[in-house]
Ligand binder design. Structure first.
Ligand code: GDG
Length: 466
């Protein structure tokens, strides 16, 4: 059968395909993307002759021929350079992303962005409609594709459709600011099952649905237009085995020792690892650190802060500003407290291989995860997976999805700078024996709710939908 005529009984779609392009000299090749979603779906997709993934390659232009990488069947959907600006940088990342993260920067509403968003969502829905076998199961991911469930339901009423939102669903009072609030709710209600990261996200969604459509909701079941949609919390996990085996790898451990030495073998290493995003609360932790040094509650003689800030969305409103603010703070702390040859904050605005991140997790006595809002936050879970001796303290914002599960972390409110300072100070001075029970509890959780388990739970519930 020609590839374009082939039909699949399991179709996944997300903005991006599970691959990225790397160059070897002049030759480009595709390799699997790192990250939780790809690992979560590997067991159900890789090598499965009935499963296909539809999405964008990351290279602007028309869709190209289907291809296979690491057992994943990939079906490219084209996104042009212009659409990238309007659909991706615009509506997805400058309207939906800030609105769904508590409007931490003002969301922008532009009709041209919305038009492009609708057009691109129609293209994804058409691609999936064309790939899906009769009665197939489709799993749609994230805020770039909120209209796809409804568009697909119209074209293919026979399909079983699941949708998972990786970011928070905001409070109803915020959501209803969106000029296209009804179109988006109706788009989502095309799904049989809608998964959110937390019970709060699920509640917020149901409340928005009730207000906008007047639909009847009984618990987490929504009846609308003669159809039923189930809503549930499915907290995502990490590929715990992979992270734990990297943490046990002698080469990674040797690298960890080397990094600690290069930092001057301080008694306490505090670490932050984030995409450089205004939601992640990087400035908040730097300000708290600066005050702790100024007040003599932490000392440059025994403390070092390492902040990895992976470059992200530099073309989108708000990102250049957060970079500038972070870099100014780093400069300020180092200018005031550093000594010749040993800065007190080590700031790297670079992308790192996962091995390098794991080496950093291994040397971090205190992990700082201080977002103002975050759907889950996988970094918190990765850190926990890298602490087999139960050492280390996780300082974790209450406004992350992870805080709903990792209840024994040092939970903080990132808006309360005094509270954050006290938590950081206590974490830096906590004896290992005292820190162990909390870490042990968190490790049990991270081991049991893995990314693979998350996918199984979601798909089992989807299969059970009437
Ligand atoms: C969204 C939601 C939700 C970081 N720097 C580098 C790098 N990373 C990896 C980390 C981690 C991942 O990126 C970041 O995941 P997060 O969950 O922390 O955050 P988002 O990117 O905002 O993800 C979030 C997630 O979706 C899943 O549903 O948890 O709430 O916002 O895995 O290790 N990876 C590499 N180099 C880096 O420099 N290779």
């Amino acid at each position: 059968m020609a590839a374009e005529d082939q039909k699949w009984s399991f179709v996944v779609t997300a903005n991006r395909l599970p691959v990225r392009r790397v160059w070897e000299g002049d030759t480009a090749k595709w390799v699997p993307s790192p990250g939780g979603l790809v690992s979560a779906l590997r067991p159900v997709m890789s090598g499965n002759p009935d499963a296909v993934w539809a999405g964008w390659t990351g290279v602007p232009g028309p869709g190209t021929e289907p291809f296979e990488v690491d057992g994943f069947q990939c079906h490219p959907v084209g996104v042009s350079q212009g659409e990238l600006q309007l659909f991706y940088e615009g509506f997805s990342n400058a309207t939906l992303w800030p609105l769904f993260h508590d409007a931490l920067v003002p969301p922008e509403y532009h009709r041209t962005w919305w038009d492009a968003y609708r057009t691109v969502n129609q293209r994804y829905a058409a691609a999936v409609a064309n790939l899906a076998a009769p009665g197939a199961t489709v799993w749609i991911h994230d805020y770039h594709l909120l209209l796809v469930p409804g568009l697909l339901r119209e074209a293919r009423p026979d399909l079983r459709i699941g949708f998972f939102l990786h970011i928070p669903f905001p409070a109803r009072e915020l959501y209803i600011r969106l000029p296209w609030r009804a179109e988006i709710i109706n788009g989502l209600l095309g799904a049989d099952l809608i998964g959110l990261q937390t019970p709060l996200g699920a509640d917020n969604f149901c409340r928005a649905v009730a207000r906008i459509t007047g639909a009847k909701t009984t618990g987490k079941l929504i009846q609308h237009n003669g159809r039923a949609t189930q809503v549930g919390a499915f907290p995502i996990g990490i590929d715990t085995d992979r992270i734990a085996s990297l943490a046990a790898d002698p080469a990674v451990q040797a690298r960890a020792t080397e990094i600690r030495q290069s930092l001057g073998s301080p008694a306490t290493v505090l670490l932050g690892v984030d995409r450089l995003d205004y939601t992640k609360g990087i400035e908040v932790r730097l300000r708290a650190f600066r005050e702790l040094l100024a007040e003599g509650r932490l000392s440059v003689d025994d403390c070092v802060l390492v902040q990895i800030a992976e470059p992200s969305r530099s073309q989108v409103t708000g990102y250049a500003e957060v970079r500038q603010a972070v870099e100014q703070l780093v400069g300020d702390v180092n200018g005031n407290f550093g000594v010749m040859g040993s800065p007190v904050v080590h700031y790297l605005h670079q992308s790192h291989p996962i091995e390098e991140l794991v080496a950093m997790y291994l040397i971090a006595d205190v992990m700082l995860v201080t977002p103002l809002r975050d759907g889950m936050n996988l970094v918190a879970k990765e850190y926990v997976a890298c602490r087999p001796d139960n050492s280390g303290v996780l300082v974790l914002s209450e406004f992350t999805g992870a805080a709903q599960e990792l209840r024994t972390a040092e939970l903080i409110n990132p808006h309360d700078v005094e509270g954050l300072k006290s938590a950081m100070e206590a974490a830096a001075h906590r004896p290992q024996a005292e820190a162990e029970p909390a870490m042990r509890t968190m490790r049990r959780l991270v081991r049991s709710n893995t990314a693979q388990r998350w996918a199984e739970r979601f798909l089992a519930r989807l299969e059970g939908c009437e």
